[in-house]
Design a protein around this ligand. Structure first.
Ligand code: PXL
Length: 290
């Protein structure tokens, strides 16, 4: 007999300060009624976006034993959700984990966390980018931001991009294996005031778009928040466009709740103030079909 709540294996780092990765993912998914089982890839004193001298404890050498224990217990997961990985070797180890813990009806979501604003995070190197291109083939859903999509597809980074070009990129990403590709923070070529999330489901050939108001702030961890709401929403059996709307609306509300206060952006959004929104139904949807 299994406990009734959906269960997710969350393969991410734990950053002690700054609201990113597991400190964002666990509260969001727990609020959405999902049991989170962390498989920590690294422990950091802070995330790497804006703090100098952070302590980085790489857990690569411990992962296989950790996974062996889970195997011996026969634990089953309804979803495997992978994000920031601490070394290129972890990609091989976690690929093996996904293959051996696969079960029918399970969802595999890979957020290929590598960078933002045109560059790679300081803990990510080009070897990881190359491995990531292969790794995303194991996923049902991938959620790169615009910068990560550029790196995955080896495209030049531009400040704005045509919608038709993004559709082509999404198609190319799904050709690498995932059924659904979602690109976040897509800059709008017509307006500096909006960005978009654009998604493609290769199963039915449909493209979806949700526009977001652009707020001139760069809070780290919002990509983790977006992907977590997507995971929670899909596990609650929402459709793809509804899940996109819920995730965009949640992150927008978190940014708006934070932006009016004056504190360092590197501390992330004031998640604690908006978590309750996840309990409410989506009343207005803004998604478009492209
Ligand atoms: O939010 C993505 C992320 C995850 N993990 C670590 C990070 C970042 C972004 O900066 O530094 C350690």
């Amino acid at each position: 007999m299994r406990s009734p709540n959906p269960r997710v294996a969350a393969v991410h780092d734990l950053s002690g300060f700054g609201r990113a990765s597991l400190t964002v993912i666990i509260p969001i998914l727990s609020t959405m009624g999902i049991q989170v089982c962390p498989l920590p890839t690294a422990v950091l004193s802070t995330h790497t976006g804006g703090f100098d001298g952070y302590k980085f404890i790489d857990l690569t050498d411990h992962l296989e034993e950790y996974i062996r224990h889970w195997t011996s217990l026969g634990i089953e997961f309804d979803c495997i959700y992978s994000g920031f990985l601490g070394s290129p070797r972890q990609i091989d180890i976690i690929s093996g984990f996904i293959e051996s813990f696969r079960r029918p009806g399970q969802l595999v979501v890979i957020d290929p966390v590598m960078g933002d604003d045109g560059g790679l995070y300081s803990a990510v190197n080009t070897r990881m980018v190359h491995q990531m291109r292969r790794y995303i083939g194991l996923a049902d859903i991938i959620t790169p931001n615009y910068t990560e999509a550029v790196y995955l597809l080896d495209k030049p980074y531009k400040d704005s991009v045509d919608e038709e070009e993004i559709k082509e990129w999404l198609f190319l990403l799904t050709e690498q294996g995932p059924d659904i590709a979602i690109i976040t923070s897509v800059p709008d070529c017509k307006s500096r005031k909006t960005t978009s999330v654009i998604a493609y489901n290769s199963g039915d050939g449909r493209f979806w778009k949700v526009k977001c108001d652009y707020i001139p702030a760069g809070f780290p961890g919002t990509g983790d928040g977006f992907a977590s709401v997507m995971v929670g929403s899909i596990m609650q059996r929402d459709s793809l466009p509804i899940a996109l709307d819920r995730a965009v609306q949640f992150i927008s509300s978190a940014i708006r709740a934070s932006y009016g206060h004056r504190y360092p952006e590197r501390e992330g959004v004031l998640l604690e103030r908006v978590l309750g929104n996840l309990k409410m139904p989506v009343l207005t949807c803004t998604y478009e079909i492209l």
